[in-house]
Design a protein around this ligand. Structure first.
Ligand SMILES: [Zn+2]
Length: 152
């Protein structure tokens, strides 16, 4: 199947349903972000999408290996923890129907984080859910004081 080379305007339009909360770039490609959690006192979680859209041309790269990639980032007071979820591929190939597959993957990531949940910490911060590397286990850790809160 042919790889689609969409522009940044097309990407915005075709994924508007996500309700993006930020757009920026990493010096090479455009990145879109959807905040999915806000503790109200400094801890947030966002789903990050690396679009494969080149910042110079404004168009998706022409090689098939540059897929759209999804990850999660927790942030708190200057700390951040980014991760991918191992239970499913974290990328979407840019062939026909990519918008639906991307929405589906975002929903999966969102649902997984929500299912694992958050916990208030005695320090006033929030313990966030993080998957253990090379495992399907998750744990919570406070991003403010680093206290381990156990498996979740
Ligand atoms: Zn804490």
């Amino acid at each position: 199947m042919a790889v689609e080379r969409f522009s940044i305007e097309q990407f915005r339009k075709r994924t508007a349903k996500v309700g993006w909360t930020a757009e920026y770039d990493d010096g090479a490609q455009h990145i879109f972000e959807r905040q999915i959690y806000n503790s109200g006192n400094g801890t947030t979680t966002s789903i990050i999408v690396h679009t494969s859209i080149d910042i110079w041309s404004g168009v998706a790269r022409d090689t098939a290996k540059d897929s759209i990639r999804v990850s999660v980032i927790h942030r708190a007071h200057g700390h951040e923890r980014a991760f991918k979820i191992r239970e499913r591929a974290h990328w979407v190939t840019r062939t026909a129907g990519w918008e639906e597959r991307l929405l589906d993957l975002i929903r999966f990531y969102w649902g997984k984080v929500k299912e694992k949940g958050y916990e208030r910490c005695e320090c006033g911060g929030v313990a966030v859910p993080i998957p253990k590397k090379k495992s399907s286990k998750w744990y919570r850790v406070c991003l403010t004081c680093d206290e381990w809160k156990g498996w979740c």
